[in-house]
Design a protein around this ligand. Structure first.
Ligand SMILES: *Cc1c(COP(=O)(O)O)cnc(C)c1O
Length: 354
């Protein structure tokens, strides 16, 4: 007798973004700010009221109400999940039949492709142009040519840092028969959200997350926003107790803290611009360093020195994201941003001398 793992899982490795501990973490696009002491105190009081012997609220009503209030939308359109990661998996599994096609617009968030292989959906790929951009026309054509039943993309995009504006998204959503999943994980840093238009369409789902601008990656909170029909289907197919009571309670508090987030958002955007301009100035040391425009909280750079720069920064206890011929660097605090820029500059200066 012998049991063997099936083809689709036998070579998979557990997700481990980076091993080791580093003083400065700019590799996962998290917020550099944790909660204030005042917010932590409110949380400490609130968690005292949790009934730990009871299952969580399956529909996370208070949390969805707080999220809807934060973004000024109707709570009837909101589904809460255990991170948007759960939503990606859920939508690909439940809204597509085995063997149906999903359109992926490369480069984009790797999880879209990963889950498609698990749920036996065929992933069709459209490549972005050399500036790492795509157009609504290209996307519409690719959906039609491939017969994809769903197109999923991050907007603005991780890792490219660039995005399609509202008009371009409207064009895509209204021109395809497919389900359009618009992952707005970084839309807090830009102003082209489709959140308040979602009811105009029968084929649009928007994802949001508390893991980036909302400083709450530890809680694992993701949200889907869609019309009532799609929302009902999402709530029907999700696992009943997907968001635990502690995260529901803390998330409800966090989404009431508008002032705190206005302040931390301003600081992140300031450092994002500092990082972008600083990296652009590094162009004076080498031609092998292309910095892409960004409307997110990170900057994407193309260079054949990517691996060496990544290793060099690790040796200085700074973690950034290494991706083949590219590096992706998140905006940190003032000190972190200044430090990573200084070190990259040092590295490039030395290369130039040798
Ligand atoms: C970080 C990120 C998410 C967030 O996922 P969570 O599971 O909510 O932490 C979703 N989509 C994209 C494109 C991201 O970069």
């Amino acid at each position: 007798m012998a049991y063997s793992l099936n083809q689709k899982i036998k070579d998979l490795e557990p997700y481990e973004p980076i091993s080791g501990t580093y003083k400065i973490r700019l590799d996962a696009n998290e917020s550099p700010f944790s909660y204030t002491d005042e917010i932590k105190e409110k949380i400490a009081q609130a968690v005292k009221t949790i009934d730990y012997n009871r299952y969580p609220d399956p529909l996370a009503e208070d949390l969805c109400t707080a999220f809807a209030g934060f973004y000024d939308i109707d709570k009837k359109l909101v589904t809460a999940a255990n991170g948007s990661d759960e939503l990606i998996s859920l939508v690909e599994t439940a809204f597509l039949m085995k063997g149906e096609k999903l359109l992926f617009i490369a480069p984009d968030f790797s999880m879209y492709k990963f889950y498609s292989s698990i749920c036996e959906v065929e992933c069709v790929q459209l490549n972005k142009n050399p500036e790492l951009k795509t157009s609504p026309e290209d996307v519409i054509k690719a959906v039609k040519d491939s017969g994809a039943k769903c197109v999923i993309f991050s907007n603005p995009c991780n890792p490219t840092g660039q995005g399609l504006n509202r008009e371009e998204i409207r064009k895509i959503v209204s021109s395809v028969d497919a389900l359009v999943v618009d992952d707005e994980a970084y839309m807090d840093f830009w102003d082209q959200s489709m959140l308040d238009e979602v009811e105009n369409y029968d084929n649009l789902i928007i994802f949001r997350t508390a893991s980036k601008a909302v400083s709450s990656a530890a809680l694992r909170l993701g949200f889907a926003v869609a019309n009532e029909k799609i929302t009902r289907a999402l709530k029907a197919v999700k696992s009943p107790y997907n968001v635990n009571s502690v995260s529901q309670k803390i998330g409800t508090i966090i989404f009431a803290e508008k002032e705190y987030f206005k302040k931390s958002l301003a600081s992140i955007v300031y450092n994002r611009d500092l990082l972008y301009n600083g990296l652009r100035n590094c162009g004076c040391f080498t031609d092998d360093f292309i910095v892409y425009p960004t409307v997110t909280n990170f900057v994407f750079v193309k260079t054949t020195m990517a691996l060496d720069i990544w290793k060099y920064l690790l040796s200085k206890s700074v973690a950034i994201r290494y991706m083949g011929d590219y590096i992706r660097i998140s905006a940190g605090t003032d000190e972190e941003t200044e430090f990573v820029l200084k070190e990259i500059e040092n590295y490039l200066k030395n290369i130039k001398k040798n």
